[in-house]
Design a protein around this ligand. Structure first.
Ligand code: URA
Length: 208
């Protein structure tokens, strides 16, 4: 194992231990999902949190979400193996109603307490280009970098590259919709596809 791989293992072990200390029924803390992909990549993609399939398989973006992600990446002429893929929150946030368990959006408190892992992942990867999928991932990155993108709705800044150079961070932030939010909305889907098609050119511009 090289030094970088070691750093990731230690970080994820620390988070595994932290999650083991939780005893509420708000999350699947026993099956966290951590970052994967090319640890030497200059492109990082950040999702929200694992869902059921991810928690079962221990991998980010698998099953339906994985298929969707691959289709998205194809429009950007990218393959998932070329990126480092992670989530803002590493455990599956759940809601238990009657006897069924469903996914839910992480709370602000859950995003905040998970920030230290995302921060370290960014420090270790040192990406030049960071794609955030949805509001949770964008919120987490803005908190970490103290970037003030001053927007009221994601549609104002999705697909717009933002230069982040503060707090020791230096990368282009590319906010996008969460794939799950565009499925049933053709307008958002078209906007997202246009944003994806612009990525190769932006990568050339930022010398990735
Ligand atoms: N799967 C993930 O790993 N993250 C998401 O945000 C959605 C699905």
């Amino acid at each position: 194992m090289n030094e970088l791989t070691n750093e990731f293992s230690e970080l994820y072990e620390q988070e595994r231990r932290r999650l083991r200390s939780f005893y509420d029924s708000l999350g699947d803390y026993a099956s966290p999902v951590f970052g994967e992909g090319d640890i030497n990549s200059k492109i990082m993609l950040i999702g929200e949190a694992p869902g059921k399939n991810e928690a079962e398989q221990g991998r980010a973006f698998v099953g339906k979400a994985g298929k969707q992600l691959n289709e998205m990446l194809e429009l950007a002429s990218l393959k998932r193996e070329q990126l480092f893929i992670t989530n803002a929150v590493k455990f599956r946030p759940i809601r238990i109603a009657k006897s069924s368990i469903s996914n839910r959006t992480p709370t602000v408190k859950e995003i905040d307490s998970s920030l230290y892992v995302l921060k370290r992942e960014i420090e270790l990867i040192q990406p030049k280009f960071v794609i955030t999928l949805g509001k949770t991932a964008l919120t987490a990155v803005m908190k970490l970098t103290q970037a003030d993108l001053s927007f009221t709705a994601l549609k104002e800044i999705q697909g717009v590259p933002h230069s982040i150079c503060a707090n020791g961070f230096d990368f282009i932030l590319y906010p996008m919709y969460h794939p799950a939010s565009v499925i049933y909305n053709p307008v958002l889907k078209e906007a997202m596809e246009m944003s994806l098609r612009r990525i190769p050119q932006i990568l050339v511009q930022c010398e990735v």
